[in-house]
Design a protein around this ligand. Structure first.
Ligand code: HMG
Ligand code: MG
Length: 289
């Protein structure tokens, strides 16, 4: 998520060259899927206004995906020859209105058309659906698992290949993850991804709980960069460095070189004028200056 979720909230404009260098370093570390950018309105998210230019220069290797918020975004993504797109809605109208200027129902109507047009144009394409505010909404508070499970089914009904369940604000704890796992137990686990933000430091614990329930796909951002401009107070994503360390120590091979990964996002932190803060990244860099 680093180049997309990791950067969308940063006010310091990162150049396309730096983004490409980081993406290349992430690919060299062994990461096979990278969400590279968003074809959203540059008026809403100026940091990712270079989506088209960036997409055309992505280094070969990984599978790249991009966010599209509407038909306009889809057309830009198609023009860039994107084959993997992500649409995004939420459980709560309050967040969806802030993020997309649409209610949940309106967003699903827009995305239904986006997905069917994309399928028509790119028969071998792939579509992810994001479900934000799956545990908590920054505007309307706690969200119960029954409500999230119902929203998850509506998102799958659009014909997406997988759904990424977002703890957008980063407030969930493992017991809430377990409750949601029970609620969605009838859904194919291979089509569910967990997207934890680490605002309160619970992202690894939440990952452990989902892993224990049989899920194997997790979103993360190099160095724990990230946040959502429309989710006040949300911290960065689960750090890819923390995730890889945790998985490897839990006996789950990742194919990622931790040292290369730890160095990959350094240039972004330099550009942002901050030091890396993810525990595993800091520890790895200390042993590999
Ligand atoms: P709007 O203002 O209602 O749309 O925004 P509009 O149709 O009135 O358009 C406004 C202007 O933007 C127009 O330009 C459009 O042409 C242009 P003007 O006529 O004023 O010159 N425009 C576009 N330009 C380029 N690409 C486009 C596009 N669409 C319109 N696709 C809109 C509606 C959906 C566009 C806006 O709300 C938007 O872009 N929202 C995206 C917000 C966003 O990126 N949020 C962060 C990603 S979601 C997230 O982080 C959560 C996630 O990580 C999971 C989790 O953590 O839970 C995925
Ligand atoms: Mg996110």
């Amino acid at each position: 998520m680093g180049p997309r979720d990791g950067l969308q909230n940063e006010n310091v404009q990162i150049s396309t060259e730096i983004k490409l260098a980081v993406i290349s370093a992430l690919a060299n570390s062994g990461l096979k899927e990278i969400e590279a950018t968003s074809f959203v309105s540059p008026k809403w998210v100026p940091q990712l206004g270079d989506a088209f230019e960036l997409w055309g220069q992505l280094p070969p290797g990984p599978l790249y995906s991009c966010l599209v918020p509407n038909q306009r975004g889809l057309h830009r993504a198609l023009e860039a020859a994107a084959k993997r797109i992500a649409v995004f809605t939420a459980v709560t109208d309050e967040f969806c209105e802030h993020n997309l200027n649409m209610s949940v129902d309106e967003s699903l109507a827009v995305f239904s058309e986006v997905v069917s047009e994309f399928r028509g144009q790119v028969p071998d394409g792939w579509v992810r659906g994001y479900l934000s505010t799956s545990f908590e909404c920054p505007y309307s508070g706690r969200v119960n698992p029954e409500r999230t499970a119902a929203a998850l089914i509506r998102l799958f009904d659009l014909g997406v290949d997988e759904v990424s369940i977002g703890d957008t604000v980063g407030k969930a704890g493992p017991k809430e993850v377990a409750a949601l796992c029970s609620e969605i137990s009838a859904v194919d686990k291979g089509k569910v991804v967990w997207h934890f933000h680490d605002t309160y430091g619970t992202a690894v614990a939440n990952t452990a709980m989902a892993l224990q329930h049989g899920y194997l796909a997790f979103d993360a951002s190099a160095g724990g960069l990230g946040g959502c401009p429309y989710s006040p107070g949300a911290g960065g994503n689960l750090s890819t460095d923390d995730l890889v360390y945790f998985l490897e120590r839990s006996g789950v091979p990742t194919g990622v070189d931790r040292e290369k990964l730890a160095h990959a996002s350094e240039v972004i932190f330099q550009a942002l004028g901050r030091s890396p803060a993810s525990k595993a990244q800091v520890a790895t860099l200390a042993c590999s200056p």
